[in-house]
Design a binder for this molecule. Structure first.
Ligand SMILES: [Zn+2]
Ligand SMILES: [Zn+2]
Length: 312
């Protein structure tokens, strides 16, 4: 049945439990009002024909037992589907390291799962012998038991589910995040939000990603900046330095001879990766020079050579 089918009961102005007689009476009353023969202006006649057709269909449907039964069933299904709203969306905020955002990672969440109560099998409770009168009020005509009103029985809610018929338990699940997440990325996991209370689908889970700070590194957009520490000899003579980036990648940085402290070196495309926008940042390094540790004893010959270098 299409959703545009009118509410036949409302058309006739009767309630859903209306008897066949009252439906017939309601139809006769409305037919008098809307019969096209009783309207003379052209516009009135068109409206009357429309109204008359609707009430006639309603009347024919609701006075035929099998058609009324079918209509009632369809009507109930339609209302149930319309009210089967999705569960609520859930928003979570998760902080990950630069490497986890860059390479992808696993994030664990808990979700609520609604099950039928095993104790009462969804029945919510049971009728028990009245606790006040132990059922004896059934045989009494003199007084009324305030608990059971002389039925001898009282409703007792199921204990484990508190009369809900369902129990909610927590279940862990893991989301595998894709590579290329940056600060502010939002991941949506379909149907992992709150369950629907109306038989509809679960809501969605939205995961807002933030990136944890990394000591020794600064983030600006997709760029990472840090310090490249040069051993004294490499600063002077040049060479290659292996550097572990916060993304987890190891890169070989070529250092030219006679590199001073504070020189900027850019590693293009080695910064963060934003998969959603398909963009890559750079790594910006600023050099510093590290002198040999105090354990490294300098012989008089080595000192003489170094003094020679500065002297030139
Ligand atoms: Zn129960
Ligand atoms: Zn009682």
């Amino acid at each position: 049945m299409h959703t545009q089918v009118p509410d036949f009961y409302a058309c006739l102005g009767v309630d859903r439990a209306a008897s066949k007689e009252s439906i017939v009476a309601a139809f006769r009353r409305l037919a008098m009002k809307w019969h096209p023969d009783r309207h003379f202006k052209a516009a009135d006649k068109v409206e009357a024909e429309k109204q008359f057709k609707t009430i006639k269909t309603a009347y024919e449907t609701l006075t035929d037992d099998s058609r009324r039964k079918y209509y009632d069933q369809e009507d109930a299904d339609r209302q149930r589907r319309a009210s089967a709203r999705r569960g609520a969306d859930v928003n979570e905020k998760v902080a990950v390291t630069i490497a986890e955002g860059f390479n992808g990672t696993h994030i664990s969440f808990e979700e609520a799962v609604v099950d039928h109560c095993e104790r009462c099998a969804g029945q919510r409770g049971e009728w028990m012998q009245c606790s006040r009168c132990s059922g004896f009020s059934k045989y009494s005509r003199l007084s009324v038991c305030p608990v059971c009103r002389n039925t001898g029985q009282e409703w007792r809610n199921c204990g484990p589910c508190h009369g809900l018929g369902t129990v909610t338990r927590k279940r862990k699940f893991t989301v595998r995040t894709p590579a290329g997440l940056v600060d502010g990325s939002v991941l949506t996991v379909k149907e992992r939000g709150k369950p629907s209370e109306h038989g509809g689908l679960n809501g969605d889970l939205h995961i807002a990603i933030t990136i944890k700070p990394e000591s020794g590194w600064k983030r600006k957009g997709l760029n990472l900046s840090g310090t490249l520490k040069l051993p004294f000899s490499i600063a002077l003579l040049g060479g290659t330095i292996e550097l572990l980036l916060p993304t987890g990648k190891t890169v070989q940085v070529q250092v030219p001879a006679r590199t001073n402290a504070g020189k900027k070196i850019r590693l293009a495309g080695q910064g963060l990766f934003d998969a959603a926008n398909d963009k890559r940042g750079d790594v910006l390094l600023s050099t510093s020079i590290v002198l040999p540790s105090v354990k490294r004893k300098l012989t008089p010959e080595m000192e003489a050579v170094l003094r020679q270098i500065d002297g030139e």
